[in-house]
Design a protein around this ligand. Structure first.
Ligand SMILES: [Zn+2]
Length: 201
């Protein structure tokens, strides 16, 4: 086991700001809603020296749960699952979409009875995590819990098992008709476009 210590939420917020994970502006989300904030966790995860202690903090509440496998949905959950697995001395796998359906590929598998922790970078609706949970249960795995770097569900995400986000952020979203930012005339930016590459949350 590495000697890297998990970090506090305050230190985590500093890292989010320092690495530009949390952007302010006027954003058009893939859901069609508008928001004044946008999260891009890849900007944190590009630095192993930040990814490791943050994921160690994710692992900490599950340290005595004898986790065998940590799984995350591609792409956002891959590095998170890998680093959390390292912290727990567990195996890492990821799930990915094949024709829209969350699937285990590349020979990844969960054996019946294996104890599984599901992780994600950002939980918004929790939809991807629920699909991964379905895979875990289908395989006969024992779901230990869910962890994410950020929970921006406003406390609405419920997975029926312990959910331990590292940081909870409330990000306001608006329908285009009700968007106060639109009224200011500031154009809405679509993150993930060429100008601003990245995954939408
Ligand atoms: Zn707007």
């Amino acid at each position: 086991m590495s000697t890297v210590q998990p970090i506090s939420v305050e230190e985590g917020m500093n890292i989010l700001e320092k690495t530009g994970v949390l952007r302010k502006g006027h954003f058009l989300l893939t859901s069609g809603l508008h928001s004044d904030q946008y999260l891009q966790c890849a900007l944190l995860l590009q630095y192993p020296q930040y990814a490791e202690p943050v994921c160690r903090a994710l692992a900490a509440p599950f340290a005595d749960q004898r986790v065998d496998v940590v799984i995350g949905p591609a792409l956002g959950g891959i590095v998170v699952a890998y680093e959390t697995a390292r912290a727990l001395g567990a195996r890492y796998i990821h799930a990915e979409r094949e024709e829209g359906v969350m699937t285990l590929r590349r020979g990844f598998a969960i054996q019946p009875g294996e104890r599984v922790l599901v992780v994600e970078d950002v939980v918004t609706t929790g939809g991807s995590v629920k699909e991964v949970i379905h895979l875990v249960k289908q395989a006969g795995g024992e779901l230990v819990g869910v962890a994410s770097i950020v929970d921006r569900s406003g406390g609405r995400a419920d997975f029926g098992v312990p959910f331990r986000p590292f940081i909870r952020l409330n990000v306001a979203t608006y329908t285009p008709e009700d968007c106060p930012l639109c009224r200011t005339g500031l154009p809405a930016e679509k993150p993930g476009s060429r100008k601003s590459p990245g995954k939408q949350h």
